[in-house]
Design a protein around this ligand. Structure first.
Ligand SMILES: Nc1ncnc2c1ncn2[C@@H]1O[C@H](COP(=O)(O)OP(=O)(O)OP(=O)(O)O)[C@@H](O)[C@H]1O
Ligand SMILES: [Mn+2]
Length: 564
């Protein structure tokens, strides 16, 4: 063989050798990626499982993946996966006694890893396959469609924005707000308008005193102790008569007390942590007695004083409700298979055996709302809420599709002057803070005319979704871009602390006999929503500034001081 041929052969041999080495190396590396491949294998199985059963929830998707990894048809990917984990720890070369000892330790480690992975899989399987109670199912379902949550709850909190820009505008020197003239600020009581003497009558019950001292500008005042007495009376006085409230959709009882006072009773149906079911519209949601209680406190803490006082109370169905029940209501009492005393009353929603109100075994929680004066003494006007939702599962309301909707409203009496539109915005702020979408009507006392506060009634459907912030509730604010100065001030103060709105609310709720009233996540939602409201106001101001023909004044038109 010639020298050149020998060289050629040697070179090709070397090349073949190198190529073989490379192949071995690549193969080895691929095996080392065993874990990565296992997880992608599992991922694939998971995708397949959940795609295959499109109606499956997240939980069973995971069960599917666990099964595929453990034993499924994807045995080569799945089972292989667990075994393939082994080469992740390559054996130590050489057959010395020392190396043998080290390798025995390593295989023990591999077994531990494998066991850990198996137990994790098993744990997932148990956890997802057999939710042990209803709240687990509900929470799991709520967590499922991430796109449905508006994720605010999961966001890492940004550094605290103290809204110094808005604070400057509120400063009288900053001149960032408009003072509204021509607003009626007289503040008579119902007693004064009806010429009923109250001061010389110490025997008035707390119910009578509350009703007679309702004012044109607020439902009660804090100074005179009337509120505390009224709440105590409703929580402790003996109930002497019970009647089902006509009208409305869900069961309510009118409770008469020994002192002749009356309260509207809404029973507890579910535990505090039960939230609005994902497939329930706001108009089919169950009413929550604790929402009525919390709404009264929230309204008061915000300084509105426009919601009737509400207290929580424990009742005994056998001794305090059943003996007083009459007629149709009486015929709906029964003992459940669990031995609890139940009733369901008669109404258009959820008044049947499968939605019964049950005691434990006969103790029942409920909310007691103080009755407003009878219509004969102080008639009320019922107004259709301009931002009412459609109450139809496929239709939208005009305000949802018309960008200029507020222009229409603010030029229509009574929204064209006085405190009315600012009150509507206050009500939207209250509703947004507690997630109440069920504001179809509102009421005012006729004797006070149009320049009076709006009565905040019916909050049974608030506090239903702690993770979700329903921005559309704020439509009156962001479509009209006006807010009452005192309301904005309060929100900024709560936002900047040290006492946040949640702290103030918690402190207030602690006075209720049924405390704790709210499930903890709702408190976090409230503070988060305060921030959203402030951001919305800032955006309004920015939009005004950016409007091409905006004068300095139009910028100021967002924050309005009407003296309330
Ligand atoms: N504290 C109260 N004093 C007097 N009347 C009240 C009081 N609370 C509510 N009402 C009257 O009873 C009606 C029904 O009450 P509420 O709205 O709380 O029940 P509801 O079942 O939610 O009704 P709907 O299904 O119509 O919304 C109210 O519209 C109001 O006119
Ligand atoms: Mn209602």
């Amino acid at each position: 063989m010639k020298w050149k041929e020998r060289m050629g052969l040697a070179l090709s041999g070397a090349l073949i050798g190198l190529t073989l080495l490379l192949i071995v190396d690549v193969h080895y590396r691929m095996n080392n990626d065993g874990f990565g491949r296992v997880s992608s294998g599992v991922g694939g199985a998971e995708g397949g499982a959940s795609n295959g059963a499109a109606t499956d929830n997240q939980g069973s998707g995971q069960v599917g993946s666990a099964q595929a990894a453990g034993a499924g048809g994807g045995a080569s990917a799945g089972t292989g996966g667990v075994v393939a984990a082994a080469p992740a720890i390559p054996p130590i070369g050489g057959d010395t006694a020392e190396n043998q000892y080290a390798n025995s330790k390593l295989s023990a480690a591999k077994v531990v890893i494998r066991q850990h992975r198996d137990s994790t899989i098993l744990h997932d399987k148990v956890q997802y396959a057999q939710p042990s109670n209803i709240s687990q199912i509900v929470n799991k379902n709520l967590n499922k469609p991430k796109s449905e949550d508006n994720s605010a709850a999961n966001e890492v909190e940004p550094p605290l924005d103290r809204y110094a820009d808005l604070q400057t505008m509120l400063d009288p020197k900053g001149k960032g707000y408009v003072i509204l003239d021509g607003v009626e600020r007289d503040n008579p009581t119902i007693a004064e308008l009806l010429r009923i003497e109250t001061e010389s009558r110490p025997n008035l019950t707390s119910f009578e005193r509350f009703q007679l001292l309702i004012r044109k500008q607020s439902l009660y005042s804090d100074q005179d102790g009337i509120l505390e007495n009224l709440l105590r009376s409703m929580a402790t006085e003996e109930v002497v008569h019970i009647e089902q409230k006509e009208g409305g959709t869900q069961l309510k009882l009118i409770m008469d007390f020994e002192s002749n006072g009356q309260a509207m009773f809404k029973p507890m149906r579910f535990p505090r942590e039960q939230e609005t079911l994902p497939n329930h519209f706001y108009f089919t949601d169950f009413e929550r007695h604790n929402a009525e209680i919390a709404a009264f406190h929230l309204d008061r803490v915000l300084g509105f004083k426009r919601a009737p006082p509400v207290t929580g109370r424990l009742l005994n169905i056998s001794s305090e409700i059943y003996p007083l029940a009459e007629g149709q209501l009486l015929h709906t009492f029964f003992v459940s298979p669990a031995g609890n005393i139940c009733f369901h009353g008669k109404c258009s929603y959820y008044c049947d055996t499968s939605h019964a109100i049950c005691g434990n075994p006969d103790t029942l929680e409920g909310s007691f709302a103080a009755f407003l004066p009878p219509k004969e003494a102080a008639a009320r006007k019922v107004w259709r809420h301009p931002w009412r939702r459609s109450y139809h599962k496929r239709r939208k309301a005009q305000w949802e599709v018309d960008g200029d909707y507020c222009d229409l409203i603010r030029s229509t009496p009574p929204y064209d002057r006085g405190r009315r539109l600012l009150d509507v915005v206050d009500m939207a702020i209250l509703d947004f803070l507690m997630g109440n979408m069920d504001r179809h009507h509102y009421e005012t006392f006729k004797m006070f005319g149009n320049d009076t506060f709006l009565i905040h009634l019916d909050h049974g459907r608030a506090f239903g979704r702690s993770k979700h912030d329903e921005i559309s509730i704020l439509a009156p604010l962001y479509q009209c871009c006006i807010v009452r100065k005192t309301t904005l001030e309060k929100l900024i103060n709560f936002h900047n602390g040290p006492d946040r709105l949640s702290d103030a609310l918690k402190k207030s709720l602690a006075q209720d006999p049924l405390d704790p009233i709210l499930w903890e996540p709702h408190f976090r939602s409230i503070d988060r929503r305060v921030n959203i409201i402030l951001k919305t106001v800032r955006t309004c101001i920015q939009q005004r500034k950016d409007t091409p023909n905006a004068s300095g004044e139009s910028v100021d038109e967002v924050i309005i001081d009407d003296g309330f």
